[in-house]
Design a protein around this ligand. Structure first.
Ligand code: NAD
Length: 352
């Protein structure tokens, strides 16, 4: 078997604490995995004066998967905008060209009470949100701020998608839907945005050409936000552009209890390395205390096994072990328990 390479970028705050547990799990489950480490975010600013070095970018592109902890923190609040820790993450996503961001929202049976919604609304919830990550209004040109015009001063940006950008992410969403419940809900604002209308037309065309086995429906993004909290179990896979996907996936994250439970994967073209990271940030308020929940980082490793390391069997085992550990009462503080980060990691390894 050819050995695979994982680049670990722990980052800042609780990032190193939670990725240390993910590393223990990786070493336990896949002893022949080559694990390299690098710096990103504030840690890289401190060492090299920039949030991501060319060398780290090269390492990322040469790996099979990158597992990142989190970046940022008050220590770097005053650095110039283009040198902020978060820029390291944006540069990494853009440089790796990971255009499809997969954010699952599922509710572990043991954590049903942690959701702010009623038990019967979230019980059995299992949604995959596929968000376009490298284009749209966050990147479109022209953009800027025209100052000095009094009340006529303005800020603006451009919501722009090419057919190719829409098709490549929609194809990923259709493939994923085909492997799950076969339902795809594509969201936009076709009623008021030209780029939204174009998104709807392009997804419809693609579906007609190669959507066998997938039932497609369209929904306005605002209606989707409402339906996510009203009746979330109606969704299987949701497809969204960058901005709407950002909002919808954060809303969906809260259905499931703690942000400390949620992983993500960002994928590029077939065969290119994927980027895996917990949804949460560096949590400066609890960093250094050893109480952060490592589940999001460990479940991000689970996604790496599935999507980049060609180890679906290990992924299934790991997911089952997290569920079993929770079932047995293993909990960190954010989900009502008292275990330390390391104890939670140990409980998951013991359940493998
Ligand atoms: P955050 O996700 O770091 O924290 C929000 C809240 O959730 C905090 O109360 C925190 O203690 C808690 N929390 C987060 N992860 C947890 C875990 N694993 N276990 C237990 N509790 C957890 O968001 P924030 O406070 O808005 O941001 C803090 C810093 O992180 C900022 O510098 C921000 O820019 C950065 N950030 C980075 C990323 C990333 O690296 N992908 C994402 C979001 C925020």
């Amino acid at each position: 078997m050819t050995s695979k390479n994982l680049l670990l970028l722990p980052g800042d705050g609780i990032g190193p604490e939670v990725t240390a547990q993910a590393r223990c799990v990786a070493e336990h489950l896949m002893p022949d995995l080559n694990i390299d480490t690098g710096l990103v975010g504030g840690a890289s600013i401190d060492a090299h004066g920039e949030p991501l070095t060319v060398d780290t970018m090269v390492l990322a592109k040469q790996s099979d998967a990158v597992l990142l902890g989190a970046v940022g923190g008050p220590k770097w609040n005053d650095v110039e905008r283009h040198l902020r820790p978060e820029m390291g993450l944006l540069q990494l996503r853009k440089g790796m060209d990971v255009f499809a961001n997969l954010r699952p929202a599922f509710c572990f049976p043991a954590l049903l009470e942690a959701s702010s919604l009623k038990r019967d609304v979230v019980e059995g919830l299992d949604i995959m949100i596929v968000r376009e990550l490298t284009s749209g209004v966050y990147f479109g040109e022209p953009r800027g701020i025209e100052r000095g015009l009094g009340d006529k001063s303005f800020g603006f940006e451009t919501s722009r998608y090419t057919a190719g950008e829409i098709k490549r992410v929609a194809r990923v969403a259709m493939d994923i839907a085909r492997g799950r419940g076969g339902q795809l809900c594509s969201t936009e604002k076709a009623n008021v945005m030209e780029s939204g209308l174009f998104w709807r037309e392009t997804v419809t065309e693609l579906h007609a050409a190669c959507g066998d086995g997938v039932e497609l429906r369209h929904m306005y993004a605002d209606a989707c936000a409402m339906e996510l909290v009203r009746q979330p179990k109606q969704f299987d896979v949701i497809l969204a552009a960058n901005l709407f996907g950002d909002i919808l996936s954060d809303a969906a994250a809260m259905l499931t209890g703690s942000i400390g439970m949620l992983p993500s994967a960002s994928l590029g073209v077939d065969g290119a390395p994927g980027l895996y990271e917990p949804v949460h940030g560096s949590a400066p308020d609890i960093a250094g205390q050893g109480v952060a929940n490592p589940c999001a980082a460990i479940l991000s490793l689970e996604m790496a096994f599935r999507w980049s390391l060609n180890q679906p069997g290990l992924a299934d085992r790991l997911f089952a072990a997290v569920s079993k550990a929770l079932e047995a009462g293993a909990r960190t503080k954010d989900v009502g328990g008292a275990l330390s980060t390391a104890e939670m990691g140990d409980a998951i390894i013991a359940a493998l």
